[in-house]
Write a protein of this length. Sequence first.
Length: 278
Amino acid sequence: MMELLRSFFGLGSAAKRTVLGSNPSVDLKDVGHIKESNNRLNALQHLCVRYKDTLHAVKINAVYEKTKNVHNYLVSKQRFHELELFHVQHTNHFINTFGLIIDVYQRNEEITRAYAKIDSPTNTGAEPVLHSFNPGRIGPNGGPYNHPEKEKSLPKPQTFVYTEEAGDDVPKLIVPAILINTYGKILYLKEDNSDGLVANEIGFTSTEKEKETFLFNVSVRLGIKSITYVGNAMVNIPNNTGFNPTTMVPVIHWQGAMYALNLHDYRLFPVRIQRKRS
């Protein structure tokens, strides 16, 4: 009877008491999941700032609010593994895709403004530079500007003849060999008159309509015609940052040669397909 009364009034052992409002112990691994989830929420909030004053601002904000609600709900239920799985399946891809879209959009805006500044009729910065080298200008002593280097006889042009003595000292240009990937697809951005930049995919198994859309986008960006899509390939494309990661890029055929296309700056690199030896 005494044990029953103790259990009713909470007079049992102190080890079995639970304080209302206290959180049970959380595993260190779960703490890491919560921290990573907060980092992803911060990344989404940063995307909201970058998409401000764009057509997609409302959609990005809605995604952020829904993701925050999912975070709060799963944390309150201590379902930390499901929270991490949710971010891996949805949030990471969303942040990477729309982060790339806004990067390309802002870069194109900077290029457009730069060209507009160059083509502006008020831009006469190059004119004084050209006049300063005009032979008819007045020299430093008030007289005509002389060019003594013009009086010197020009050296005779040299003729270069190939000889076998050069051997291995002459660098040889080698076109890299690639293998076409028949199942992977690449995400690229296409300008649309109504929606701005739209994300599309291209791969070896894409439909003819999808390939035509991709080739039209490349033709417009590069100003070339009569190109065909070959497929995608893993290559190591050099850039000006000093870090050359291996990535998958599309391969096109133009004027009898194949080129790997860098979708970040639309540069072409000659390549050839590696033939398997029997």
